[in-house]
Design a protein around this ligand. Structure first.
Ligand code: PLP
Length: 465
């Protein structure tokens, strides 16, 4: 760990943090009797806290962000060179890294053509929502303005993004929300039994879950529905890999009713699932793709709302109308550190073959997590795509009764005692907060994965005997 900091320095940091920092997602009462964790340093997949304890980070910076791992000097150098040349310029002007990263990104996204820069996943989603609304006004007299979202999905923390939020824990007590957002059923096959559609599996379930979207469109009126926003693989809502045939049917429905398809790649984007983007597993053609976390692996804040030319054209078709352009700005969308870091991040993924590694290691890890079922009756299902995986815990494998949140959290804590950081999903729908969550960096090796799974194995043994 960083030898330049003395124990006194670190104690001061802890006291300053306790006195003044309001941590994300934390009930602070606990810090009356314990210290907050301060992460001091990171290298590769490992981090060190203020006590000097080394931990293998199996969630890439708590929220699935540091895709290429910690301590990448070449990204830091790219940022610093760019900042010395030009740190910032916003508004109507472009920048060198902004243009070059957009070109490189679009090269990985056949069918897409335009990149709108901003600085968080929530904001990127808001941009897409605003574009949908503006299109509704321009083309449909404001009528085709509704945006569909799915139970268990999450699209960000602002009130607009929460209005499209399908997760109880993130939404409760923050309403009232914006009008014009309508929920569709989730597509978690393992929980199909709760949805009242009978005993369906595989493609039949995929069709049914997607048909539920059509039912909502018909109920609301197709002339009122402008877009649907979906995660390719749902993240915090349960690590939900969509069932067979689901995405193809969603695409058909969107085309049938002229509903724009917005895919939220804030988690899956830039390699996490073993392809550049999660939707590329399913052969769909989105109108909007939003991304943030892995774009620059957390070395700089950057988010993008990417559209196809069909959407872009709608904002420049009639230049004689002074209101006919996207009347939106993002102050920190003008920071050049983001695209400079993102360019180097992408070069690393290409040069180190990290997509291939992610696909191979993801398969290996899924197999190892599935192997835990033989030893631990509480592991109901292991699922995932690439290096984004979950293990859903149950109290009874036959009835699939969900494990309670307290014991799921106890497993996470026990894993951490073994030197590994994992996560768990949140209370997305009542009664469910029972899925362990894994998103190791795309550089993970078999040894790293073995260490993660062995820590989980040991923790399950300790908590459940
Ligand atoms: N979309 C998804 C799928 C996310 O998981 C998140 C954050 O976890 C967001 C959007 C919001 O991103 P941000 O926290 O950068 O605003």
């Amino acid at each position: 760990m960083d030898g330049t900091l003395t124990q006194n320095d670190l104690s001061h940091v802890v006291e300053a943090d306790k006195a003044h920092v309001w941590h994300h997602l934390v009930q602070h009462k606990q810090f009356e009797t314990s210290d907050p964790k301060i992460i001091v340093e990171g290298k590769g997949m490992r981090v060190w806290d203020q006590t000097g304890r080394e931990q293998l980070d199996a969630v890439s910076g708590a929220v699935w962000t540091v895709n290429v791992g910690y301590g990448r000097k070449s990204i830091v150098d790219a940022i610093s060179e760019q900042l010395m040349k030009l740190n910032y310029y916003a508004g109507a002007a472009g920048s060198i890294p902004g243009a070059l990263f957009a070109e490189k990104l679009i090269d990985k996204m056949p069918g897409m053509s335009r990149v709108y820069y901003c600085n968080s996943g929530s904001e990127a989603n808001e941009k897409a929502f605003k574009m949908v609304r503006q299109i509704a006004h321009k083309r449909y007299g404001g009528k085709k303005h509704k945006i569909l979202y799915r139970e268990r999905d999450y699209h960000g923390t602002t009130i607009g993004a929460l209005s499209a939020g399908g997760q109880l824990e993130r939404n409760a007590q923050y309403g009232p929300f914006a009008p014009g957002f309508v929920s569709v059923p989730h597509c978690l096959e393992y929980r199909a039994g709760d949805q009242g559609w009978g005993d369906l599996s595989g493609e039949a379930y995929g069709q049914r879950a997607a048909d539920a979207i059509e039912e909502v469109i018909l109920r609301e009126g197709p002339d009122t529905v402008g877009a649907i926003c979906l995660e390719p693989v749902t993240a915090g809502g349960g690590v939900i890999v969509p069932p067979a045939g689901y995405w193809q049917r969603v695409q058909e429905i969107c085309r049938k009713y002229d509903v724009l398809l917005h895919i939220d790649e804030v988690v899956c984007g830039v390699g996490r699932t073993g392809t550049w983007f999660g939707y590329q597993h399913y052969g769909v053609e989105p109108d909007f793709v939003t991304m943030a976390k892995g774009v620059a692996s957390g070395y700089a804040a950057i988010a993008c709302c990417v559209t196809n030319e069909r959407v872009f054209d709608l904002f420049k078709d009639d230049a004689s109308d002074p209101m006919n352009y996207f009347r939106d700005i993002s102050t920190f969308g003008g920071c050049t550190a983001g695209p400079a870091a993102a360019l180097e991040n992408m070069r690393i993924i290409e040069d180190e073959n990290l997509l291939e590694n992610t696909a191979a290691m993801g398969e290996y890890m899924l197999g190892r997590l599935e192997g835990l079922k033989d030893k631990h009756a509480v592991v109901g299902e292991a699922r995932g795509k690439g290096l984004f995986l979950g293990a859903e815990l149950v109290t009874d494998r036959a009835t699939r009764e969900p494990m309670d949140e307290k014991r799921t959290a106890a497993v996470v804590a026990e894993v951490n005692k073994r030197g590994v950081i994992i996560g768990m999903t949140n209370r997305s729908i009542p009664g469910y907060n029972n899925t362990l969550c894994f998103a190791p960096a795309l550089i993970a090796t078999k040894d790293d994965i073995d260490q993660i799974v062995e820590a989980v194995d040991g923790a399950l043994g300790t908590v459940f005997g």
